[in-house]
Design a protein around this ligand. Sequence first.
Ligand SMILES: Cc1cc2nc3c(=O)[nH]c(=O)nc-3n(C[C@H](O)[C@H](O)[C@H](O)COP(=O)(O)OP(=O)(O)OC[C@H]3O[C@@H](n4cnc5c(N)ncnc54)[C@H](O)[C@@H]3O)c2cc1C
Length: 445
Amino acid sequence: MPADLRALLPGDDGYADETRTYNLRADVRPGVVIAAASAGDVQAAVRLAAARNAPIAAMATGHAVQPVPIGPDAVLVTTRAMRGVTVDAEARTAWIEAGVLWGQAVAEITKFGLAPLNGASPSVGAIGFVLAGGHSPTLGRAHGYAADHVHRIQVVTADGELRTVTAANDPELFFGLRGGKGNFGIVTAVEIALFPVTTLYGGSLIFPAASARTVLNAYRAWTETVPETMSSSAALLRLPDLPFLPEPLRGRQVVSIRLSCTDPAPAGAALIEPLRAAAAPLMDLVREMPYADCASIHSDPLDPAPVQERGGLLRELTAETVDALIAIAEAPAAAPDLVEIRHLGGAFAREPLVPNAISYRDAAFTIFMATIGAPDPAQTHAAQSAAMELLRPWCTGYTLLSFMADVDAVEQGYRPEVLRRLVALKRRVAPANLFRLNHNIRPDA
Ligand SMILES: Cc1cc2nc3c(=O)[nH]c(=O)nc-3n(C[C@H](O)[C@H](O)[C@H](O)COP(=O)(O)OP(=O)(O)OC[C@H]3O[C@@H](n4cnc5c(N)ncnc54)[C@H](O)[C@@H]3O)c2cc1C
């Protein structure tokens, strides 16, 4: 054991802080927390868990609620202290340690005139995002999933060894780690590709809910015409009546079209003209912006809250799908606060040069809904299930790993042949299923 290893037991000073989660619904009360400061600390934690056959989980932020609790029999490795970001501007790569949040990574990488395939929220962990596939709402349609652009992964496997995994030295583990989330080891760092993007033409166009049908149908037709340089999403939002929001939006139901275009501003403006003309917006926040400001496009809430989520993938978006989305957002009881679709296609639809576990290249849109601070979790669960049932005619039956909820089964994440490959990999690298507090790929499946 490293002499300075920070191991915390329930009741110890610092235990509550290390186990705090962004999503307050997450059930995280492990028997011991290792607050890792280095890859060596992660190795010590894995060896401790393996010796006791205790399940072990990794957590950077606690954004994701797992289908099983991280309970008193478990070891938890927190990675908050592992915050290194090293950019190689010439090679256009960044080496990112396990505790780095996208906000920090974007701030450091953009100083070099480069951009990563980051997520919408600056408070999401870069590693959890990349291992889940990682849908970038800014550059995704141009370049694909974040997991498509990983060069090297440093990981502690179930035997406690620290390995640097590449496509050349362990193609199967490299395949599974990129999309297999936390199933094959605890990742201590990854090397990702960066892209020469310094500015975006982007932001959100926010319309009143009364225009939702017109706007969403205009969006539907528009997405069929746009180039891969344009990434976008549409969200039906129930906004709180709180002072942090601009006055015209407080306490309102709105439809927000979020846009991110890497073309120069005049070309971007021409592309979005049909959306600006669709209806009178409450606010038009689309502008040329430095890439470093990209989190403002979604303006995701940063404060911890209990959030209940559900996701899926749509094979198509029809006028009837739009009607269903509106019916879900306007349901008289327990309607989600967010009903979001993200436009796929473009590079999302292409297999990368080095294939990975991402199984849903053919979907046209993601669907994601979230209910924040739900007073009655059972009612929320029922309402979200009814909503997914309403959308069933257009759903592929799969879910983006990034947007899998605690109620989803791992089979929803992978095509059967990919899941069989991942099961075989699990048998090889973690036969005792040490990493099982997740959407679990079982070695005995
Ligand atoms: C507000 C918000 C916005 C989001 N926006 C996007 C988006 O734009 N695109 C997108 O694709 N997703 C998005 N997500 C989903 C997010 O990417 C996933 O929930 C992701 O897994 C969160 O990673 P984390 O490390 O922050 O969370 P954590 O809860 O800390 O980790 C989640 C899981 O990731 C795995 N994991 C984390 N660290 C490690 C590690 N070091 N080694 C092995 N496994 C690890 C574990 O299985 C862990 O349980 C968003 C989520 C939220 C709440």
